[in-house]
Design a protein around this ligand. Structure first.
Ligand code: TMP
Ligand code: ASP
Length: 234
């Protein structure tokens, strides 16, 4: 499958058309951004690492009955995926308080939660992805109520499967972000699942193995992503 014209360029990926109108090629870049693009950098070989990590995770989820856009990994930086009409909602699932949740609720990062927290953010770069709830989704017609329920149920299932998957590999899945889209009338998990959009902590050392190393200038970013790849391939 060959790359045709560019359809869309995001902060970490580019989408290209290909010969099949139902499919697109997702190209993973090395560029990294944080804080709504205010912080910019390059993580050497991130595109290659994230393509491999995400392919492995999508395959794992598909094997457990989660419908995703993943078709196959084409080469180092390209993944063949089903073309989606993206629903402009970022679904964040949290198992441990960290990042913006710890800040908003005034608790220490790492504080345990009595139950999983699920949050919705409106995907809009100019607005800085504001947090929304199901009332906003309905009132602003961002998604159909049934779609939102389906996304919620899928996100909780993904959390269960991935928490176990990472736990078996010595990693705590602290939180992560998912995006969904519609293809042929069906809701599919889209985007990527990589250390760019997940918080992953080493179970024994509690060392951060994700994009927080870049956001917070902790160093050893490439090494952390490589270690995640090594572990997800086990
Ligand atoms: P947060 O604590 O900054 O709200 O992030 C929660 C999780 O969502 C974390 O794993 C990183 C991920 N995330 C993204 O993938 N994209 C984003 O734009 C934001 C804000 C968070
Ligand atoms: N991906 C977002 C950005 O580029 C936020 C983040 O991951 O911190 O700003």
């Amino acid at each position: 499958m060959n790359r045709l014209e560019k359809i869309y360029e995001g902060k970490a990926k580019i989408l290209y058309a290909c010969e099949d109108p139902d499919l697109v090629i997702q190209y993973f870049k090395d560029e990294a951004t944080a804080f709504d693009g205010k912080k910019k950098g390059i993580i050497h070989e991130k595109g290659v690492l994230n393509n491999r990590i995400s392919s492995r995770i999508f395959k794992h989820l598909e094997e457990r009955g989660i419908k995703t856009h993943f078709v196959e990994m084409l080469n180092d930086r390209e993944m063949l995926v089903k073309k989606l009409r993206i629903i402009p909602i970022e679904v964040v699932v949290r198992n441990i308080a960290a990042g913006s949740l710890a800040k908003r609720m005034g608790v220490e990062e790492g504080a345990s939660l009595k139950d999983t927290v699920l949050e919705f953010y409106y995907k809009s770069d100019p607005l800085g992805d504001p947090m929304i709830n199901e009332y906003h989704v309905k009132a602003f017609n961002i998604a159909r109520p049934e779609e939102l329920r389906e996304m919620e149920a899928a996100a909780l299932k993904v959390n269960k499967f991935l928490s176990d998957f990472f736990d078996e590999r010595g990693i705590i899945l602290v939180d992560f972000k998912l995006e969904f889209g519609v293809h042929g009338g069906k809701l599919l998990l889209g985007d990527e699942i990589t250390p760019d959009g997940c918080r992953l902590w080493d179970k024994t050392t509690m060392e951060k193995m994700d994009k927080d190393r870049f956001r917070r200038d902790l160093g050893k970013i490439e090494e952390a992503y490589q270690e995640v790849l090594r572990k997800v391939m086990q």
